[in-house]
Ligand binder design. Structure first.
Ligand code: NOJ
Length: 539
């Protein structure tokens, strides 16, 4: 039997924006409990997802909306309490839904008691839990490292006269993962939640945990190779991330989890070099169970671009490892917006979903993508995200707006004005309207997810690229008992695709497609199809 994290469809819930149950305009755990039947009630009338990843729920001053943790073993009162969390796990498990928490080990909040102690004096026993260094003789920071949120990665603490390192905001000091006490304390955190029954963790910026021991300056990239994302801050991130010792820590965590049975680690390995990403799977059984591949977030709407990404990762992962794809997340513009088109926007969203859910890999959906939620323009006075405050236009609020449940007041998300604005189009684009519409995007997601659960080719089959005309990405999912061919037309014109063998239509993104059998298939503009091929022999 394949592991649940290999077969399952994951669903990322940005907790602040999913469902508010106590009229404060912010989503909470009770709200998630109320919506569990929508997510999976065991029947195809629900979405049918198998696991939830909750963004951080811990006490936090919310400078980075929960990614600045002030207490790893508790729940922020905004979201509920530990009893509500236990009930959420119980209710989810009763429906066969797993619960995965966001684990944020690279940094704490500057309000965390560990950091308060650490900064209190140079001799405090917790001083070495964080990364402190003297200024250079001229008073400037110890090296040239930059924060992912802009500016230097060092802040001077005047009371002790040293700089501390923060890969993100100054209010998110980096822990010192070369200190064994930190490793032990964080293992206690993992045990705390595993004992409460959580099924795994999404590990925040796992590739950043360990830094170069000598804190060497990062070099500059050659100008012709400079890339705005990989080389943020104009540097090759040679010394401030992806150090070999991080793998020792991951191997320890894997052992710890294995001890608990069927639990899972999925790492946010924000590296764009697929070879380096693949290393985080270890030998396929001793490091991460899954590592996010974010390359789709940067892919243009282009068949060749997606095919290349898939082939690259398929070629590099250890044999037993499985890719993990995402089209949208709380850190990137939604794909419904990225891939929009004046007349084919909805059709493209279906093709994207068909790809995500039929590739060999564990798919992660982002709440609202199943109804085609788009980015919402945020007026300047309502910007919350620190990135948006610092770099207008680049903030992450537009993809974090409240879930659109109904055409009623506040889209059924809350009974008061939500923390971020609602999409203007929520009266059209919402769950209630789409649930009863046989042609809606939500209906398509539901059909696909439920059919996927019964498909051996999709759950366990291998991947092979198929030859296809320009503008089409086609592949085979092969299993001794079922061969499915997938053909996705990324183009804006119809095209004919010839499959290796004749077969019957398994699913199309076009409702009411007429041609349902054959060897040659005419695809409409932005149409995707899955065909079950005759016989079980591999093509
Ligand atoms: C990655 C998270 O996904 C992002 O939202 C957060 O701001 C940074 N890590 C810092 O924790």
């Amino acid at each position: 039997m394949t592991h649940w994290w290999r077969r399952g469809v994951f669903y990322e819930i940005y907790v602040r924006s999913f469902q508010d149950s106590n009229a404060d305009g912010v989503g909470d755990l009770e709200g998630i409990i109320q919506r569990l039947d929508y997510l999976n009630d065991g029947t195809p009338s629900s979405l049918g997802v198998d696991a939830l990843w909750l963004t951080p729920i811990y006490p936090s001053p919310m400078r980075d909306f929960g990614y600045d943790v002030a207490d790893y073993c508790s729940v922020h009162p905004l979201f509920g309490d530990l009893r509500t969390f236990d009930r959420l796990v119980e209710e989810a498990h009763r429906r066969g839904i797993r619960v995965v928490l966001d684990f944020v080990p690279n940094h704490t909040s500057s309000d965390h008691p560990w950091f308060r102690e650490s900064r209190s004096s140079r001799t405090n026993p917790r001083r070495d839990w964080y990364i402190w260094r003297d200024p250079k003789p001229d008073g400037t920071p110890p090296n040239n490292w930059v924060s992912s949120f802009g500016g230097p990665a060092w802040t001077l603490d005047p009371s002790t006269g040293q700089y501390y390192l923060h890969s993100f905001l100054p209010e998110q000091p980096d822990l010192n993962w070369r200190n064994p006490r930190v490793i032990e304390a964080m293992e206690d955190v993992l045990r705390f939640w595993l004992d409460r029954g959580v099924d795994g963790f999404r590990v925040d910026v796992i590739h950043k945990l360990v830094k170069d021991r000598a804190l060497r300056d990062n070099p500059k990239p050659p100008p012709e190779e400079e890339h705005p994302v990989y080389h943020f801050g104009g540097q090759v991130h040679l010394y401030d991330e992806d150090q070999p010792e991080v793998h020792d820590i991951i191997r320890r965590w894997r052992k710890l989890l294995d001890h608990y049975g069927e639990r899972m680690l999925v790492g946010e390995v924000y590296l764009f070099d697929a070879e380096r990403l693949a290393r985080y799977y270890g030998n396929g059984a001793d490091e991460l169970h899954l590592a996010f591949n974010f390359r789709f977030l940067w892919s243009p709407w282009d068949a060749t671009a997606f095919r290349r990404e898939v082939e690259t990762i398929e070629a590099l992962l250890p044999r037993s490892a499985q890719p993990t794809y995402v089209l949208s997340s709380h850190d990137a513009p939604r794909h419904r917006t990225r891939f929009d088109h004046p007349s084919l926007g909805d059709a493209r969203a279906r093709v994207a979903a068909l790809m995500l859910l039929t590739l060999r890999g564990t798919p992660f959906l982002y709440y609202g993508e199943e109804i085609g939620m788009r980015d919402v323009p945020i007026p300047p006075e309502r910007i919350c995200d620190p990135v948006g405050q610092r770099f207008p236009g680049l903030g992450r609020d537009p993809e974090r707006t409240p879930m659109q449940w109904s055409a009623g007041p506040y889209a059924g998300f809350s009974t008061v004005e939500p923390w971020l604005p609602l999409a203007e189009e929520y009266d059209q684009c919402n769950v209630e309207t789409q649930l009863h519409d046989p042609c809606s995007l939500l209906t398509f997601y539901r059909q696909l997810i439920w059919k996927r659960k019964r498909s051996l080719a999709l759950l366990e089959g291998g991947y092979r690229t198929l030859p296809s005309p320009d503008g089409v990405f086609a592949y085979l999912r092969e299993h001794p008992e079922q061969n499915l061919a997938v053909a996705l037309n990324f183009g804006n014109e119809p095209v004919t695709v010839t499959l290796p063998r004749a077969g019957k239509l398994w699913l199309s993104t076009n409702v009411g497609r007429l041609e349902t059998e054959g060897l040659h298939w005419n695809l409409a503009a932005s149409e995707g199809i899955v065909v079950e091929l005759e016989g079980s022999r591999t093509a």
